[in-house]
Design a protein around this ligand. Sequence first.
Ligand code: CMC
Length: 436
Amino acid sequence: MKLEKYYAPEKARLIVEGREYELPILIGEEGEKAIDISKLRSNTGYITLDYGYINTGSCASAITYLDGDRGILNYRGYPIDDLAEKCTFVEVAYLLVHGSLPTVKQLKHFSGLLNKYALIHEDMVHFFDRFPQGSPPMSILSSMVNALSVFYPEMINDPLLQIDMMTARLISKVRTIAAFSYKKAMGHPLVYPRHDYSYCANFLNMMFHTSVAPYEVNPVVVDVLNKLLILHGDHEQNCSTSTVRLVGSAHVNLYASISAGISALWGPLHGGANQAVIEMLERIQHEGGNYRKYIEKAKDPNDPFRLVGFGHRVYKNHDPRSRIIKKACDDVLGALRITDPLLDLAKEIEEVALTDPYFIERRLYPNVDFYSGIIYKAIGIPKDMFTVMFALGRLPGWIAHWKEMWDDANWRIGRPRQIYVGPVTRPFVPMEERGE
Ligand code: CMC
């Protein structure tokens, strides 16, 4: 990635121990500003300290732009509202990985690859039998995706030559793995992918078809699933994507890098929040619907409880995805004629929190996970699969970042520094002198 044109004529000035240093400034395409500190340590002997990387840019990227203050999210320059409204997930996956929306011919080719690679090796199917009953599907998914690297080792030599095949393999097989893990958990026979179904319809059929009750594809459900996967498609350098990049920076293969990303996504502060939101709403409902108690708990500095589905590291105004999801939630529950008291509860909590000074001052708004679980529940996805659905959606984003990193001339293995605060060098103490 060539960055010359982004360097501004002016420089930042840093004064350390009375000496002044000039640091280059970069201005991105949408006006975001950065100070290039890549020579800081070699020139000054200093490093920066930035817990949680709140101020740290780890790369330049052309995939996703988001502006947390203005609530903007674009993939490859296209606003998320347009993509969620007008595209299928497969089109958006192509866009994220390849950089442009597919033509009819390109989409046909890509869809053909997704069909071609939809099966997983039958030996992998036996793996499912060896996980203990009740294993979290995210753990199964991460293990299975890692195992793909030994079943499909083609990328070991020149990954970028094989990227189309690997992309299609992953996007198609992760869907199959996700649905198989559900069927295994249910103790039902597996339903294999079909070439005559679209990506989302295929997934729903693999999940819900049984020999006693054939699954009828419902366009409303297919549509909302496309939307949810698109909204999760990418989110620049979040925890799981940074994990994929960091692991991939050691030149480990794509499957192993994505497997690490899946593990990062599992956390309740990240993708695991969609499951945690429903569990929180169910708990509140179970206790008689007294949500105000939970809002007070969330505000109490001595209570570790947080209102799950609220707040975001980057969005400090509103999360544009949550607005689309909230509307989709109303639409789909209406179309399916489902009334879910959890939706009413969620709306009441949102209303109260948005007028509460604690949430206003800290700029805490509903995030992408606040309403998504209610939709998943309505379309029959079990709670412990919610984060798997997030992973399915995030997959093209992870692949796009891994590919971009691999192709970037500025690539270096990821290796942060630290400030050491342990004991200073001290003499070794032999065992007989260490006391009791
Ligand atoms: N409920 C109550 N207080 C909160 C919440 C919350 N959900 N989120 C943040 N705060 C408070 C926090 O206690 C802190 O207060 P104070 O300044 O008094 O110490 C202040 O707001 C700033 O919070 P922070 O922890 O410094 O913010 P962060 O940017 O490090 O964390 C977050 C972002 C998403 C981890 C956090 O908001 C959170 O834990 N939210 C709940 C979990 C959640 O919904 N996660 C899904 C995120 S969206 C999906 C994704 O991208 O993965």
